[in-house]
Design a binder for this molecule. Sequence first.
Ligand SMILES: *Cc1c(COP(=O)(O)O)cnc(C)c1O
Length: 230
Amino acid sequence: MPFSGFDDRVAELRGTIAEAVRRGGYGQDVRLIAVTKTYGADAVEAAWLAGIRDVGENKVQEALDKQPAVTGDATAMRWHLIGHLQRNKVKFLDRFTLFHALDSARLADAVHEFGERRGAAVDALLQVNVAGEETKGGFEPSEIGKEAERLRPLAGVRLIGVMTMAPFGAGEAMLRRVFAGARAARDSLVLAGHPARELSMGMSSDYEVAVEEGATMVRVGTILFGTRAT
Ligand SMILES: *Cc1c(COP(=O)(O)O)cnc(C)c1O
């Protein structure tokens, strides 16, 4: 078995998430997104068998290569694109349930145009760079209000929430500041009239704090599949 003990890890993770929801007091439902990057179609199938219905990939090409290799019931898996997308690749959003990394105004325009062309809005999350890290994409919290207003009339993209990543190695105080900042960004999308209910935040090292701060989607890889080779 390539992923021995996988079902137990999923059960344990679900338990930890439920406890974090209780501690946080937001009472939200949390969707578990298993991040399968660098792993094969067998990881997707193992996730399906463990009751997971959502997987995340950060590279379009890797996802497109993996999808046709998945067999059995797991072909009904929902795919999330959680990494940056180049504007000339927006057409591949057809292959994903949700795009988590809307990180610039120009990309938002391209996604909107694609949604209009295909006749169905693209569901997306606005990526927020709460800590202002140079190495990460996304909107600064101060830009969110204005961008939310600008995007409101663009029918080709449906902003259903916000995604963020905490700085690598951040301590608890920083994690709380970042996740609370993302929550505030989501609230400003709602104020601008977007159907923004989702908060995609939390990875293997910080998902408990993220859930305490209201995450509705956690993106976890390492904790489920093990340390990636690359
Ligand atoms: C890889 C990745 C994750 C999962 O990271 P783990 O530490 O393995 O849980 C989550 N979100 C994004 C955007 C990623 O690229």
